[in-house]
Design a protein around this ligand. Structure first.
Ligand code: TYM
Length: 329
């Protein structure tokens, strides 16, 4: 029998998670647990590439763990662990930084360009080499597939290139992974500007819905969401991107296919559609937050510790081989 495919993915514990993170990434993971060997990490060393508060980071690590569990990640089926608790991640990142990674590639990374803005020379080296650490996260576990939102696809492509170059240099030692991106919902857009991705770091609080948002606040944000011109409910991402985004959110959180929604709302206007969407979002959040609030810090810590042991065993074995192929053992 073939051994099951290995899946790896992670979320940075920086800021509140949005429904974009849930729809684009975490909800995909839940569906994969029964089929594949799944490893989900709280990638804390990625969160220190920009200014942060240590106390806040500590709190967020447990928060993200609880979010994974509340979303349906089952630690009996999947490995859930904190990246920094397995030091082989940073060890492999150093090796890949020396072999397989080029400055020119890193300079092309959209996320780096967005985050560094005009000040590309004044940001941390860590922000620049961040995709190499991400490649190490993935390659350390012989990962075949990486379920992510659309914005992380470029980083997974880079991990592929790094793996191939490493293999060319040292012989086949790393599995070349592929990104898995949802057909619908891979890029949930801002509620106030449908040309921008919904992002937890947006300065406009009406642009996103946090998984832990107050329910009344979340409903108001939906009612305030921008819509395109026109009055009927139709799915046309090119010409009516704001409505297409709301339909996608409705479809993903309300479990109704988009064509079905379009049919159901024929002859009805934006007002009614948005009111119903606000209820769908509220229902989802209430259920999610109930589960989240029922998970204690102790439970989350125990999950991380058990995950650490499992991830560490895999990482240790892989790094022993890597150290040999590069000639340090
Ligand atoms: P992060 O923490 O920014 O986001 C976590 C996941 O959420 C997805 N996502 C979205 N999906 C749809 N619509 C949106 N508006 C939206 N915003 C975010 C992201 O694509 C991502 O899948 N570098 C990664 C974390 C990471 C990682 C890894 C992922 C580190 N190592 C190894 C996979 C494998 C990041 O910053 O994601």
């Amino acid at each position: 029998m073939n051994s099951p495919k290995t899946i790896f993915s992670g979320v940075q514990p920086s800021g509140n998670l949005t429904i974009g993170n849930y729809i684009g990434a975490i909800s995909q993971w839940v569906e994969m647990q029964d089929k594949y060997r799944c490893i989900f990490s709280i990638v804390d060393y990625h969160a220190i590439t920009v200014k942060y508060q240590p106390e806040e980071l500590k709190k967020r690590i447990l928060e993200i763990t609880k979010i994974y569990l509340a979303a349906g990640i089952d630690p009996k089926k999947s490995i859930v662990f904190q990246q920094s608790s397995v030091p082989e991640h940073t060890e492999l990142a150093w090796i890949l930084g020396c072999s397989g990674s080029y400055i020119a590639d890193l300079k092309k990374m959209t996320q780096f360009k967005d985050k560094a803005g005009e000040k590309q020379d004044a940001v941390s080296v860590g922000l620049f080499t961040y995709p190499v650490l991400m490649a190490a996260d993935i390659l350390l576990y012989d990962t075949q597939a990486v379920p992510v939102g659309d914005d992380q696809k470029q980083h997974v492509e880079l991990a592929r290139d790094i793996a191939k170059r490493f293999n060319n240099e040292y012989g086949p030692s790393l599995v070349v992974p592929e990104a898995i991106v949802r057909k619908e919902g891979a890029r949930i857009m801002s509620l106030s500007d449908p040309s921008k991705k919904m992002s937890k770091s947006d300065s406009n609080a009406n642009s996103y819905i946090f998984l832990l948002d107050d329910i009344a606040v979340a409903k108001k944000k939906i009612m305030k969401a921008v819509t395109d011109s026109g009055t009927d409910i139709d799915y046309d991402p090119a010409n009516r991107p704001a409505l297409a985004n709301l339909l996608t959110i409705y479809s993903q959180l309300g479990n109704r296919q988009i064509p079905r929604l379009v049919k159901d709302y024929q002859g009805k206007g934006y007002g009614e559609f948005k009111k119903d969407l606000a209820e769908v979002v509220a229902k989802f959040l209430i259920d999610f937050q109930n589960k989240f609030n029922n998970i204690s810090d102790e439970e989350a810590k125990a999950v991380l510790e058990s995950g650490r042991q499992q991830a560490a065993a895999l990482a240790r074995a892989k790094m022993e081989k890597i150290r040999q192929v590069i000639g340090v053992r």
